[in-house]
Design a protein around this ligand. Structure first.
Ligand SMILES: [Zn+2]
Length: 411
């Protein structure tokens, strides 16, 4: 598909431009997950409430009650932890464990958020001081589920249970993959957003507790989990979008329908539109490629042309490669680069790659799209709609979004 914008520029124009389906297993302990809360490169602080223990070779130190506040920073040969009363100096190979005496009640504050559980301090491979929180997986999930899906309506409970199972399965996959690394998951959008004790809701907590230990499996291994806001009516295959090896059958492209409607048609991002004037596109070029054709000599800017050419789409119809010809510059953008290229105007990056291009009056680029996110796996707005319509979490997961998988309680 080709779209062409031609603009005649005037002289002088200068721009600055469900339990019943769950296979039982032998009960075991709740696993503990290591969450990276942050990498400290300069100075940061740590507040300990009540009694924590710092166990070193020479002694065990009690922290919290009398020494509640510490600074953390890098030092010449490692890192240090200090306040006006105490100084602990560690070398670059040290791994420091600070443990709560009462794990249910003791808490600590880091970067304006409160957490429970153990703290590990160690230097990262890049030389920053990593602060890692070790916490039981179920407590971690209570925060994560709130961060990943709205929990303001009681009718969302089944969708939240589905999200809890996805988040648990995702986390366990990462714990397997990264067991030889210093932490299992990032506490931010690199994995799942974890805000400690600050973001808990009764409904999300209920969803996690009702599905305790339940994961999604396929052929006796944990299922590959992906989720996104809104698929726009059709899911995506990760093998196609990201060029990975064969994806499992439950992640193949499918229409997301319920009866005669698209399941996620209730989403505010089910259909969207973005419009870009030629001046805005020139600014995007200037921003991304450090050149603006509109600030070239005036004689060069007459009959300036800009063409958008979709070179490749995935089987679901998502744009995989987009070529842009602008004056004498040609660039080819792939996957997320395409979404981010358009990010300066109109509320940030394009919501998805499921879109079509057109022009208006030969001067405005119109992008009409559907969905929000990559479109792989669980469609969260679809799940919320199913939950509101009375479907259960196993319908959402096993019947709708990961067909062929099954639920299993592993602890
Ligand atoms: Zn959907």
């Amino acid at each position: 598909m080709k779209t062409k914008i031609t603009i005649l520029l005037l002289f002088g124009l200068m721009l600055f431009s469900c339990t019943r389906n769950i296979k039982p297993t032998t009960p075991s302990k709740i696993p503990r997950i290591r969450v990276l809360l942050g990498n400290i490169t300069q100075r940061d602080s740590l507040q300990l409430k009540d009694k924590f223990k710092l166990q070193l070779e020479e002694a065990i130190y009690e922290l919290g009650r009398h020494n509640p506040f510490f600074y953390l920073s890098l030092s010449k040969n490692g890192f240090k932890m200090y306040n006006p009363n105490r100084l602990f100096v560690f070398n670059s190979k040290d791994v420091v464990h600070i443990s709560p005496t009462d794990p249910l009640n003791d808490r600590f504050k880091f970067r304006n958020k409160w957490y429970k559980g153990k703290i590990i301090l160690r230097l990262s491979d890049q030389g920053a001081l990593s602060l890692i929180n070790v916490i039981d997986l179920e407590s971690y999930l209570k925060s994560v589920v709130v961060g990943e899906m709205p929990s303001g309506k009681k009718s969302y409970l089944e969708a939240l249970k589905a999200q809890a199972i996805c988040a648990r399965t995702y986390a366990l996959n990462k714990m397997n993959e990264r067991r030889h690394r210093p932490f299992d998951v990032y506490g931010d959008i690199n994995d799942q957003v974890y805000s400690g004790l600050n973001r808990h809701t009764d409904l999300a907590t209920k969803a996690v507790e009702a599905t305790k230990g339940v994961v999604l499996e396929y052929q006796d291994t944990l299922a590959q989990i992906y989720f996104h806001s809104t698929c726009g009516g059709i899911s995506e295959d990760p093998a196609d979008l990201w060029g990975r090896k064969n994806s499992p059958p439950y992640l193949k492209v499918r229409k997301d329908v319920l009866g005669n409607r698209f399941t996620c048609s209730v989403s505010p991002y089910f259909r969207w539109q973005r419009r870009f004037t030629f001046r805005q596109i020139d600014s995007l070029f200037a921003l991304r490629f450090h050149r603006s054709n509109l600030t070239a000599p005036i004689s060069d800017t007459l009959h300036l042309q800009c063409r958008f050419n979709v070179l490749q789409r995935t089987a679901s119809g998502r744009v995989k490669q987009l070529q842009i010809n602008y004056a004498d510059t040609t660039v080819t953008l792939q996957n997320f680069e395409i979404r981010s290229f358009f990010s300066k105007f109109n509320q940030g990056a394009l919501p998805s790659l499921l879109f079509a291009l057109s022009t208006e009056n030969d001067s405005v680029l119109v992008i009409k799209g559907g969905g929000y996110g990559h479109g792989i796996g669980l469609c969260q707005w679809g799940a919320l709609n199913m939950s509101e319509q009375g479907f259960k979490y196993y319908d959402i997961l096993v019947n709708q979004y990961f067909p062929g998988t099954y639920l299993k309680r592993i602890y």
